[in-house]
Design a protein around this ligand. Sequence first.
Ligand code: TRP
Length: 454
Amino acid sequence: MKDLSEKRESFAGSMTAIMAMAGSAVGLGNLWRFPYLMGENGGATFIAIYLLLAIFICLPIILVEFIIGRRSQKNIYGAFEVLAPGKPWKLIGICCTLAPILVLSFYSVVGGWSINYLLKALSFSFTGENSNPEYLSSLFSNFVTDPYKPLLFHTLFLGMTAVIVAVGVKKGIERFSKIVMPLLFVMIIIIVVKAVTLPGSSAGLNYIFKPDFSKVTSETVLKALGQAFFSLSLGCGTMVTYASYVGRKENLLKCSAGTVFFDTIFALLAGCAIMPAVFAYGINPSEGPGLVFVTLPHIFSQMTAGGPVAIIFFFSLLIAALTSSISLLEVLTALLTEELHLKRTWAVVISFFLFWILGAACSLSQGVLSDVLVFGKNIFDLFDYISANILMLAGGLLLTIFVGWALGKKVIREELTNDGSLRVPPVLLQTIVFLIRYVAPAAIIAIFIFQTIS
Ligand code: TRP
């Protein structure tokens, strides 16, 4: 195959690639979505199912995306032109582009919320009489339903994302991820240490680590899979796009396992940072999406040194969100620059306006547009539901079928061993091929059917 890699930018090495990919994966999904879903769905049971799905279903799918991206060295649409010229597989590319468009729209709104809460933490707003739960809950709902303020922060967040992406893959995305990911790790560890040393925190750790499988329903499994897809940025071209910047000498197995490992560790750390504190202060763990923005500020106000801890937490939330939103924006940017031959800056500007409008609709759907319901959901929830529970699963399914059956075993083997130059045990290769061809697609289809029946 012709090597197109010199013409494009690429990540410096496998560790850098893992940082960028983990940057995409670790985000609001870990720090905001995972803790509240876990809280609503029975703690440890949810985690156990999540881990099984991450290893046996998501790891093969992430590999599939890496294979498509690295082999084609193209965006999610162009990749199919290179790998299966003249065939209708390109349509997958379109399906996969839709998901990041919907995701970034509401993601940027929540990213904006985290800027607002970081500013509040910096001015030590969660103290004294401002710390009771009723006040914090009305503060949150007044803020998100306000027609202007969240829009301002959404603009700011999207603007920061656009600047990093416009600067480029190496100087923007790679450099940013390399600096902030280790920082994020250190900060989350600080919060975990603080949380688990609170008196009464052990009940929270029990909640996270003692599974009760009698509580499992098909809905729990679907939610866990949707969350695993969301958290690992799967089924929507993000990983394909990032993998297209991975050099031909890098070890794809190492990159994918590293990404899944870091993402899962971050989700668990976020759980360990939040649940012990929730239990220590006698709060209901199934608080829902407000967990991070209502419950946590209350907890911060109660603990010693809560002010600085709040600053660290909301700063972490913001940078985790940024490293993910840049990966979402990069999907469309790569597509526009390569397929329509636009300059990078123009591609980013056009994307910015698109996401600004869709994001504004999501933001306003919390307040003035809350009456606009589609299938009983407001625009924000609709975008979240369609992307995580339908588009990304469908995208993941189609991508695995493409690699497992259309490209086939030989290509999988070539990519995982770098044309035979890396030694990978044959049993491992066979297992991976089996997971990609049978297990992952079957599991996704089964979960889809369950979802439709119930
Ligand atoms: N994975 C990120 C998180 O956990 C969000 C994200 C980045 C994403 N790229 C994505 C979600 C693509 C869905 C699709 O927050």
